[in-house]
Structures are given as structure tokens and as C-alpha cells.
Design a protein around this ligand. Structure first.
Ligand code: ADP
Ligand code: TPW
Length: 569
């Protein structure tokens, strides 16, 4: 606040900061430069936490993960054109994943941009962002900053959450206005994500259908994890006795070791179930669009779908009983309807699942007990599984192909919202951004399980992790390449194959450059010791875990989307 003509004034910078703080947003993930450098400085001076990254994509990913973990929009702050574009992948990814975030970018002056006169970093950012996010707004006048931020918050968290773009031209920050009028122009958003109560008849329709089921199944998606209705979701599963399957980021809503978990009999239950209740999960490619052999076609299948977005219903197959509302309200209404004398599913169904589960688990147990050198995906992940079991509060971040697919099935999760991964797109590059957000928003230990290719997308953020001394242990599954390290150049030329990296690279040296702890682990024992030490110390650590370069399969478990690789088989 400054004084002019004895009237205190406030500038655009401080209006932005005050508007965020008023709405209980106290962290900014970003990367400084013209025209937002002073905004980062002033935000820090005003008590906000400003986490500066080395590339905007990772700041954006951090904002998205913070949004998922807290139900408040994560803020990513970037400079104009190139910085904005670098943040855009994260904004689009957040929108696809239904995570609330706000990308705030400084931009060039409207007059020059609109006449295309060649301003510094000129770009019509608003027009470019619009199709890639849920909503996009531009603020031209200081007195509208409060409204702009209020609209952005509401758009990000109400209904189906998603990414919002907020465009602040450089001139806005220096504008001043009367301080009192400025304060009064700010809006504290009341009830930003209003509950959406499902219609009673929709709830009844769902219950009626569920009662007819001989082989019911509940499918939990990351929307269920986001909703923070943990106790009611668990009660619904347990009261009905229905077997459930968690999608990868819904793992831990109930502990993966729960007796009703059907994860170890996944293909059996998907094919055999007759009534499936989806809670915060879409029937997209990750669920084979609800069709085909995976779903036991041509056996009839009926779906109940709980979702906040009415247009999600029937997007792939007919939904017999849609329940539209927020998951908390829907699940609590269903629970009331279930009451106390709900008949459990037929024992033939639960017994058949249990039998398959036990068989698969004991087969997997035998594989996981092996400790080969070099390690393979299973033996390295068995070590991580044991550490996570002893620290169920730790957050697991996971990306890669084989490293992702195997970790998802081997590393059990015990608490909600403890697993962050590549999400709906299967995008590489979320690793370090998600890890930073997890550490900053929760203060809990973070274990990032990274394919060596996946790690490369955000590896420079090791410096960020060391700079803020965050309790993050990154384990690079180093198998010398994308998927594996064995491809050869068929021409015999000196270039290596496109999927192959430098052999025997020492990723642990990267963190040492920034003062963190690097460990080169060639055995399960070394990995175990290093990971336990890292988690106990809370110090930034990178473990270069040497994995057999022949161990992976191309595209991990989504080989079916890769017809060329299939043909080769
Ligand atoms: P997964 O990949 O785990 O299967 P998806 O991202 O496909 O999960 O699905 C998440 C779904 O959850 C989306 O359709 C979204 O609309 C819905 N959703 C997100 N938050 C809520 C909420 N609070 N209440 C109801 N539905 C929600
Ligand atoms: C933004 C394509 C999918 S998985 C993957 C790539 C490049 C890396 C797999 O190798 P990695 O894992 O990480 O070493 P592993 O365990 O199999 O050895 N660009 C983006 N997103 C995606 N998904 C790709 C490329 C891809």
C-alpha cells in the first residue's frame, strides 16, 4: 500500500495477493520473469509460500496435484508466451484429470497484441488457453481483480473440477486504486464447491438395481478419492459387502489389503460382474470403454454411475441408473437407503473372487520373494512395497511404463490420496511436480517411483527439491531406456536405437550436484537400506536402482494400443 494525496492506494500486485489470501490460498507454484517477478517477491513478502521451479510445466503439475490433494485450486504463475505455453500442458492435463488448478500468466499489452505489432513475448494467450481448460478469463482493470479471482476459483472447484486460465496483462499489476475501494472489491468466495444433492428417485433406482445383482461390483475412481468422502465410501462398501476395484489413484480409499478388494482378481470381476457401480470413475480407455471382452461381452451388464457431471452418463455405454451429484452427498444417500439389513452378495460370487485372489496373490508372492541381481521390476518393487507398508502415510508418485504398471499392482496403498500418477492421459513428466506438491501440501514423506525415461521429463527439478529441502526420495528404475534397454539400430549405424539411453547412467550423481543424497543401488538389500534411510531422514534423496535391461515389455501393459509392437510378437 502506498500514499498519494494522503489517500492510501493499493496496486494490482497487492490486490492479486490479497484476493488469493482472502480465499485461503497461501501457496504459489511458479517461475519468475517479466511481468510477474515482482508478484513472486511481493507474495513472499506478504507471507505466501512461493515455490520457484526450473520449468513451468512442473510448477503447473505441482499446482494440479495440490488441487487434487486439497480441493482448493492450486496456483501456477508464469510469464507470458513461452512461460504460458510451458504451463499449458499441465493445465490441460489437470482439466482432463478433473483436478482444480488456476494457471495465472502475465501477458503483453492488449493494444499491441490485438494489432499484432510485435510486443515482447506477444501472444493471444486467452484464445489459446480457452479450448484447453474449463474456463478462461482476462482482467484489464485493478478493480476487477477480485471478481476475476473469484470466478477462477468457482470455475476450478465447482461441478466437475478442472483447470482455469487467468490472464493478467503486465499493465494491470502497476495500476493503483484507492486502498479501501480495493479491499472492498475483493470477494471471499462463499461455498465455492456447492454440494449437489442427488434426486431421491435416482438414488432409489440405483438401490433397486443393486438389489437385483447376483454378481455386483463397485468401481472406485480418482473422483472418489478427490471427494474426501472417505468414511462413507468405506461404510458403503463394507455395509453392502460388495467386492470393489480401485482405479490406480483410488487405491488406499480402503486399504489394498481389505478382504473385499478384488484387485487381484481384476479381469475375472470385470468380465463376470452383472451390476457395476462406478463411483467417480469414467468408462474411458482405462476401462476399455465399458465394452468388449474385458467386460465379458456378450454377457449383459448393468451400470450405476455416480458422478457430478450429467453429460458423462451414456458417454460410452448405456447407464441404467445414473446418480448425479457430489460423491459425498450421493454416497451418504445410498448409505441411508442401504440401512442395516442389506443382504450381502451371493456367497458363490464372493467365494469365486476370493479363490482367484488367493491363487493370484500366492503366485505373485513367489515372484516377489526372489532377489535377483541385477534387480527386476518385481524385486525392486517388493522392497518399496515393504517400506510403504511400514509408512502408510507416505505419498507415492509413480510414472513410467513397466515401472508404473508393476508398481500399481505390487505396491499396496493403505490411506486415501496417497498415490499420484500419470492419470487419464498416461502422461510422462508429472513426477517431480507432483512430488513437490505432495511434500509441500502435506509435509509427509514422498516416494517417487520413476522409470528412467519418465524421470528425464522433470529431472532438473531435483534442484528445486534440494533447494527447498523437501522430504522426497526419488527412485529411478534404470533399465537403460524407454521400456527396456535392449533395442538395436537395425542399420548397424553408430546411432543407438530410439528407445535406448546411455548405458549404466548414474542418475544419483544429478542430486549430488545440488547437495542431496545420491545412492547407487544394485541389489534389493542396498535399495532397502537406502530407501529406509531416506524416508527416516526426510532428506532429498535419489536412488539409482539398477534394473535388468531386458526386464520390461514395450508400452508396459498397454501393448494393445501399440499395433506395431503387437505385430512383432
Ligand atoms: P479414474 O481415472 O480413476 O477412473 P476418472 O478421472 O476417469 O477416474 O473419473 C473421475 C470422475 O469423477 C469424473 O467423471 C468427475 O466428473 C468425477 N468427479 C470428480 N469429483 C467429483 C465429486 N466431488 N463428486 C462427484 N463426481 C466427481
Ligand atoms: C509426454 C510416451 C509412455 S511410457 C514412456 C513414454 C516415453 C516411458 C517409458 O519408459 P520408462 O519406464 O519411463 O523408462 P519403463 O519402466 O518401461 O522402463 N511423452 C509424454 N507422455 C507419454 N506417455 C509418452 C511420451 C511414453
Amino acid at each position: 500500500m502506498t500514499e498519494s494525496n494522503n489517500n492510501p492506494t493499493i496496486d494490482g500486485f497487492h490486490l492479486v495477493i490479497e484476493a488469493l489470501k482472502l480465499n485461503d490460498i497461501h501457496t504459489i507454484f511458479g517461475l519468475p520473469g517479466i511481468p510477474i517477478t515482482d508478484l513472486t517477491r511481493m507474495a513472499q513478502a506478504e507471507g505466501m509460500r512461493v515455490i520457484s521451479f526450473r520449468h513451468e510445466q512442473h510448477a503447473g503439475n505441482a499446482a494440479a496435484a495440490a488441487g487434487f490433494l486439497t480441493q482448493k485450486p492450486g496456483i501456477c504463475l508464469t510469464v507470458s508466451a513461452p512461460g504460458f505455453l510451458n504451463g499449458l500442458t499441465a493445465l490441460a492435463n489437470a482439466t482432463v484429470n478433473c483436478f482444480p488448478m488456476i494457471l495465472i500468466s502475465g501477458s503483453s499489452e492488449r493494444e499491441i497484441v490485438d494489432l499484432q505489432q510485435g510486443d515482447y513475448e506477444e501472444m493471444d494467450q486467452l484464445a489459446i488457453a480457452k479450448p484447453l481448460c474449463k474456463a478462461a478469463y482476462r482482467v484489464l482493470h485493478a478493480q476487477d481483480i477480485g471478481v476475476g479471482i473469484a470466478r477462477a476459483i468457482r470455475s476450478a472447484v465447482s461441478g466437475r473440477p478442472g483447470g482455469v486460465y487467468l490472464d493478467f496483462p503486465a499493465k494491470l499489476f502497476a495500476q493503483t486504486m484507492d486502498a479501501l475501494a480495493g479491499q472492498q472489491s475483493l470477494i471471499k468466495v462463499v461455498d465455492p464447491a456447492p454440494r449437489q444433492i442427488p434426486a431421491a428417485e435416482a438414488v432409489q433406482r440405483a438401490l433397486d438395481l443393486l438389489k437385483t445383482a447376483k454378481r455386483p461390483l463397485i468401481l472406485l475412481g480418482k473422483g472418489a478419492a478427490y471427494a474426501q468422502a472417505d468414511a462413507d465410501i468405506r461404510a458403503l462398501v463394507e455395509k453392502t459387502g460388495i467386492p470393489y476395484l480401485p482405479m490406480s489413484m483410488a487405491k488406499g480409499l480402503l486399504p489394498d489389503t481389505h478382504s473385499q478388494s478384488a484387485s487381484a482378481a481384476r479381469s475375472y470381476v470385470l468380465a463376470e460382474a452383472d451390476v457395476v457401480m462406478l463411483i467417480g470413475a469414467r468408462l474411458n480407455w482405462l476401462l476399455s470403454h465399458g465394452k468388449g471382452k474385458t467386460w465379458g461381452a456378450p454377457n449383459p451388464k448393468k451400470f450405476i454411475q455416480i458422478d457430478i457431471s450429467p453429460t458423462e452418463i451414456d458417454s460410452n455405454v448405456a447407464i441404467a441408473a445414473p446418480v448425479i451429484g457430489d460423491i459425498g452427498s450421493c454416497v451418504s444417500a445410498l448409505l441411508k437407503g442401504v440401512g442395516t439389513n442389506w443382504a450381502p452378495p451371493p456367497s458363490e460370487w464372493t467365494a469365486a473372487i476370493a479363490e482367484r485372489r488367493e491363487k493370484n496373490l500366492s503366485k505373485m508372492g513367489a515372484t516377489l520373494a526372489l532377489t535377483p541381481t541385477p534387480m527386476n521390476f518385481h524385486s525392486a518393487l517388493a522392497v518399496i512395497r515393504d517400506v510403504v507398508k511400514s509408512r502408510p502415510d507416505a505419498i507415492v508418485v509413480n510414472e513410467g511404463a513397466n515401472t508404473l504398471d508393476f508398481a500399481r499392482s505390487i505396491v499396496d496403498m493403505y490411506e486415501p490420496r496417497k498415490r499420484l500418477d500419470v492419470g487419464t492421459w498416461g502422461i510422462m513428466g508429472i513426477g517431480m511436480g507432483f512430488a513437490v506438491a505432495a511434500a509441500v501440501t502435506t509435509g509427509k514423506p514422498v516416494i517417487a517411483i520413476e522409470g528412467d525415461s519418465a524421470f528425464g521429463f522433470s529431472g532438473m527439478e531435483m534442484e528445486t527439491i534440494c533447494r527447498y529441502n523437501l522430504p522426497i526420495c526419488v527412485i529411478v528404475f534404470n533399465n537403460n531406456g524407454v521400456y527396456r534397454g535392449t533395442d538395436v539400430n537395425p542399420t548397424g549405424g553408430s546411432d543407438v536405437a530410439p528407445t535406448v539411453f546411455v548405458k549404466n547412467a548414474r542418475y544419483d550423481k544429478i542430486i549430488e550436484a545440488f547437495g542431496g543424497t545420491g545412492v547407487h543401488a544394485t541389489t534389493s538389500q542396498e535399495l532397502s537400506v537406502a530407501l529406509k534411510e531416506a524416508v527416516a531422514s526426510g532428506k532429498p534423496t535419489l536412488i539409482n536402482a539398477v534394473i535388468d535391461e531386458t526386464a520390461g515389455t514395450e508400452s508396459g501393459r498397454i501393448t494393445m494400443l501399440n499395433p506395431q509392437a503387437n505385430k512383432k510378437k
